[in-house]
Design a binder for this molecule. Structure first.
Ligand code: NAD
Length: 264
């Protein structure tokens, strides 16, 4: 154990269960000696998150629903009370109406657009506003994006638009906070079977397509995203900010199907 995160304390938002990308990130950070704080969204997830917190020796900060700013204030007030300061934050939160993650983007309603942007994009800024004041020795903030921000992907729809805005937010927040040595980055993860992913139409097809066409010829795991996240949250990446780092088996460089790649 090299302890690359020893002495660092961070808040992880977005653990729903042990398949969550946030859980993979939490494990990688914990393995390197970080101390963690978890939140949950609603009572239904409390009973899932509490045992995972226990397993990783994490403290819990309670309920946080990013559509309710009072709950964001409450969890950051709680972490301030318990720790005084923090070193890192993981934002692994996204939501869009499942009915509109299928078919045409064109059909997106104003209500779904607004809600998806609030939960999947603005929440990073809302969380960063609270984190700034607790990162008195600098810090690292990480969010999760997807290639659908850069290129059209089937069924990703409003989420692609929200992720594009999220990636732009990373650049603006990085510029605002650089003078305080607070870094802001994103990981653009390849497709991984999680609760959130199950809402995306034809997700199995997307997984197979990526496996066949990515340079590494396989999909990525929560553990692999976790280890890359740990790098971005640790001092190893102290010269890196405003970056969108692809952890996707290299899929984002693929311009066309290899002639010998299997037909999906
Ligand atoms: P997940 O379902 O395990 O996590 C999504 C989390 O978002 C849950 O913990 C949920 O409680 C939280 N959330 C949703 N609405 C919320 C709200 N209003 N307030 C607070 N929390 C809320 O799924 P995941 O795949 O681990 O998703 C984590 C992040 O990774 C998301 O931003 C997602 O878009 C991104 N991502 C996922 C994939 C993939 O293929 N799974 C690929 C690239 C990026």
């Amino acid at each position: 154990n090299m302890g690359l995160m020893r002495g660092k304390r961070g808040v992880i938002l977005g653990v729903a269960n042990n398949r969550s990308i946030a859980y993979g990130i939490a494990k990688s950070c914990r393995d390197q000696g970080a101390e963690l704080a978890f939140t949950w969204q609603g009572d239904a997830l409390k009973k899932r998150v509490e045992p995972l917190a226990k397993e990783l020796g994490a403290i819990t900060l309670g309920h946080c629903d990013v559509t309710d700013p009072a709950t964001i204030d409450a969890v950051f007030a709680e972490v301030k009370k318990q720790w005084g300061k923090i070193d890192f934050v993981v934002h692994a939160i996204a939501f869009a109406d499942k009915d509109q993650l299928d078919g045409r983007y064109l059909e997106t309603t104003q209500e779904n657009f607004t809600n998806s942007m609030l939960i999947s994009c603005y929440s990073l800024t809302a969380i960063t506003q609270r984190a700034e004041h607790l990162m008195t020795d600098g810090g690292s903030i990480l969010t999760l994006s997807y290639y659908g921000a850069e290129k059209w992907m089937p069924h990703y729809n409003v989420m692609g638009v929200a992720k594009a805005a999220l990636e732009a937010s990373v650049r603006y927040l990085a510029a605002d906070l650089g003078e305080k040595n607070i870094r802001v980055n994103a990981i653009s993860a390849g497709p991984i079977k999680t609760l959130a992913a199950s809402g995306i139409g034809d997700f199995r097809y997307i997984l197979k397509w990526n496996e066949a066409n990515a340079p590494l010829r396989r999909n990525v795991t929560q553990e692999e995203v976790g280890d890359s996240a740990m790098y971005l949250l640790s001092d190893l990446s102290r010269g890196v900010t405003g970056e969108v780092h692809h952890v996707d088996s290299g899929y984002h460089v693929t311009g066309m199907k290899r002639p010998e790649a299997p037909d999906i």
